[in-house]
Ligand binder design. Structure first.
Ligand code: ATP
Ligand code: MG
Length: 269
């Protein structure tokens, strides 16, 4: 079966894209799913957060997207069994400008991922912008996984999300869906955090993915040890929340796949 390809995207910075990519990836791997994370952020936070040893890197997402190198040459095994990574490096910082000159500049990652069938999930950690790298991820992906921080400005971002999604669908990827909205950095003591969750629930009831991810210091410490949180502190609140969220995501996507197959079978008869 073809892998679920999810772009973890939000144009806003610091909302938990990388934390979600690493920890959902690791939690899915712990459930026995084969996962490939692709880091396409020049900051390379997913790469450092997974403790990648520079000497183990044979190729990067820059080589794959810009130079057209086969993705197999850039895949490396991480410390997490079942979790592989295509690392990023600083070369990516210039990629968006270099890509303007290239043919089919919006589909380079999509082409690179064609034929990758020995994983169940591909998670793409996007930079905080809607530039050509994020557009490549959204074109390659079947769906977006959208982390939203539980704060006031999140609500303004929701309008932009709906607008961007319809633009991407119209121009580049008509099949693109939202796999889930992940509410991050939730602090239950703040009335505002509850209001933001209520608003998201009202507007995106089907997309909201539970549980809410609490603000948890272990989640912010784990990357400096080069570990996903479930290896760093498997019983902390952050680890338990991401494990449950990953299980819910896995169920939701399996259910969608069943519905799609049933529809296709119905159409064929
Ligand atoms: N639930 C959480 N609890 C505590 N800290 C968190 C949580 N989620 C993320 N953080 C911390 O907040 C910061 C931003 O998170 P992260 O890097 O995942 O966001 P991002 O959206 O990937 O950022 P960028 O847009 O720069 O790529 C990091 O220092 C991270 O460790
Ligand atoms: Mg990030």
């Amino acid at each position: 079966m073809a892998p679920h390809v999810l772009a973890v995207a939000n144009q806003k910075g610091g909302v938990g894209k990388t934390t979600t990519t690493i920890n959902v990836g690791s939690a899915l791997a712990a459930k026995g799913r084969r996962v490939l994370i692709i880091d396409i952020d020049p900051q390379a936070n997913a790469t450092s957060g997974l403790g990648v040893d520079r000497s183990a890197v044979h190729g990067t997402s820059y080589d794959v997207i810009v130079s057209g190198r086969p993705i197999a040459e850039a895949r490396i095994q991480t410390v997490v069994p079942g979790l592989e990574l295509v690392p990023a490096d600083l070369n990516l910082a210039g990629a968006e400008i270099e890509m303007i000159e290239l043919p089919v500049r919006e589909r380079r990652l999509a082409y690179a991922l064609e034929g990758v069938d020995n994983v169940d999930y591909i998670l793409i950690d996007c930079p905080p912008s809607l530039g050509l790298l994020t557009v490549n991820a959204a074109t390659a992906a079947g769906a977006l996984l959208v982390p939203i921080q539980c704060e006031f400005y999140a609500l303004e971002g929701l309008g932009l999300l709906t607008h961007t999604l319809s633009l991407l669908r119209r121009e580049l990827n008509p099949q693109l869906r939202i796999a889930g909205i992940v509410m991050t950095l939730f602090d239950g003591r703040l009335a505002l955090a509850h209001q933001v969750v209520d608003e998201v629930r009202a507007r995106f009831a089907d997309e909201l993915l539970l549980p809410l991810i609490p603000r948890n210091v272990r989640l912010s410490e784990a990357p400096s040890h080069g570990l996903p949180v479930d290896l760093y502190d498997p019983t902390c609140r952050g680890a338990l929340a991401y494990a449950e969220l990953a299980a819910n995501l896995d169920l939701r996507l399996a259910e969608r796949e069943r519905q799609r197959s049933a529809l296709a079978a119905g159409a064929a008869t």
